[in-house]
Design a protein around this ligand. Structure first.
Ligand SMILES: Cc1cc2nc3c(=O)[nH]c(=O)nc-3n(C[C@H](O)[C@H](O)[C@H](O)COP(=O)(O)O)c2cc1C
Length: 392
């Protein structure tokens, strides 16, 4: 028995949330509903309370519940938070991290898997803003279902219909049961983000890595049931559901954290580790003034990928990433041999890849080079996770 927190948004498809409540319970789970102000125009809290046999929550400003921080408890007591229907408005607020009512506040406060089933007019769904929000949410680890295609209440035709309640239930159960996934019992190490190499207590050398691709990979591996240790450089990204995260700052800290996290069945080294650090970082802030500009002496950082590939505890599958701005595949093939990695995922970062939501990658393995089409980072992550599952 799992506990589902169901958020019902303000769309015409809210009536189908009633059927979803019935199906979730029939499958042996419990449901607690939160209905937004918009949602209450389409379905009454009374209906949802009767069907769920649970209290229905509608407001953040409840003296009785909030005396015990009810919004935090609600979001933590659940095993999964489902949003159905997820309106364009709710998706936008979720993507932006807005928390201006009970539903959005507990979506921001939750540490549980979140699944959204969108429903809206086809133009609203296809609008660049909505598509951007969906990509952001997927990058953040939210499972956003594809809406169904067909005739709509508004008289138009196209994608935007709420998936059938049976399909939403199946997706909820799949999201709840990663332990039955293909990578069950496997430990995978993922590094992500940049490293910061201090110059003095206030200045550092960094690079443009956002961590998005590595975080998406960690999330995709966890979704397949792997135990994932994510070693993250300084990035402002939420931890994907089901992932154990270790934050580090410098390359040397990252190398030590990788070492400490072993043994692992596979390692995906996505982090953009600084090749060099300053010879000796100043203990105090370097003052501008009397002398000429200080010279930075750089020394080489440990090579984490090569170190891991040649270590006594080498994971069965070692995957490196190569960010290149020219002759991408050629460099990647050379890097694979030089580092002793099994696979190299090469990407051309001369455009807006760093920090962006899409990626164009080439997978270099012992059997050759596969060039993937331009994909959302979340899709690159899913495809790579499946390939890792095949290999293990
Ligand atoms: C009759 C009617 C039907 C609507 N259907 C939808 C819908 O299916 N999807 C959607 O995203 N917005 C729909 N809207 C607009 C939302 O109700 C509106 O954006 C609202 O602010 C969403 O509230 P929420 O954030 O509580 O979901 C509809 C509005 C009306 C008046």
């Amino acid at each position: 028995m799992k506990r589902i927190l169901l958020i019902v948004g303000g769309g015409i498809a809210a009536y189908k949330a009633c059927e979803l409540v019935r199906l979730i319970r029939k499958a042996g789970h419990s449901v607690t509903c939160v209905v937004t102000a918009g949602g209450q125009h389409f379905v009454t809290p009374m209906t949802l309370a009767a069907l769920s046999e649970n209290q229905v929550y509608t407001t953040l400003w409840d003296l009785k519940d909030e005396a015990e921080m009810g919004h935090i408890q609600l979001s933590r007591a659940a095993d999964l938070v489902a949003v159905a229907p997820a309106t364009a408005d709710l998706l936008a607020k979720m993507a932006a991290g807005i928390a201006d009512d009970l539903a959005t506040t507990l979506l921001l406060a939750t540490d549980k898997p979140v699944l959204a089933a969108p429903a809206m007019n086809v133009r609203m769904w296809q609008h660049a803003a909505t598509q951007r929000n969906v990509a952001t949410l997927r990058g953040d680890g939210v499972t956003v279902l594809e809406p169904d295609e067909g005739p709509m209440a508004c008289g138009e035709f196209g994608p935007g219909r709420l998936p059938e309640p049976e399909a939403i239930l199946r997706a909820i159960e799949a999201a709840l049961a990663p332990s039955s996934g293909r990578l069950k019992g496997k430990h995978v190490l993922v590094t992500a983000g940049p490293t910061h190499e201090p110059i003095d207590p206030v200045r550092y050398i960094a690079n443009r890595s956002s961590g998005k691709q590595g975080f998406a990979i960690a999330g995709a591996l966890a979704a397949l049931g792997a135990r994932v240790t994510l070693i993250a450089g300084p990035v402002a990204l939420p931890t994907p559901a089901g992932v154990e995260r270790i934050d580090v700052e410098t390359a040397r800290e990252m190398a030590a954290a990788v070492d400490a996290a072993l043994p692992a069945d596979a390692a995906v080294m996505v982090a953009a580790v600084a090749d060099w650090r300053t010879g000796d970082a100043a203990g105090q802030k370097i003052k501008k003034g009397d002398t000429a500009a200080p010279a930075l002496t750089l020394v080489e950082n440990p090579d984490i990928l090569a170190g891991l590939a040649h270590s006594a505890h080498r994971p069965r599958l070692v995957i490196g990433f190569a960010a290149e701005t020219e002759r991408v595949v050629e460099h990647a093939i050379a890097k694979r041999a030089r580092k002793g990695a099994d696979w190299i995922v090469a990407n051309d970062v001369s455009g807006d890849v760093m920090g962006g939501d899409a990626n164009l990658v080439h997978l270099v393995t012992e059997s050759g080079v596969e060039s993937w089409e331009r994909l959302a980072k979340a899709d690159v992550a899913r495809r790579l996770a499946e390939r890792i599952a095949d290999a293990l």
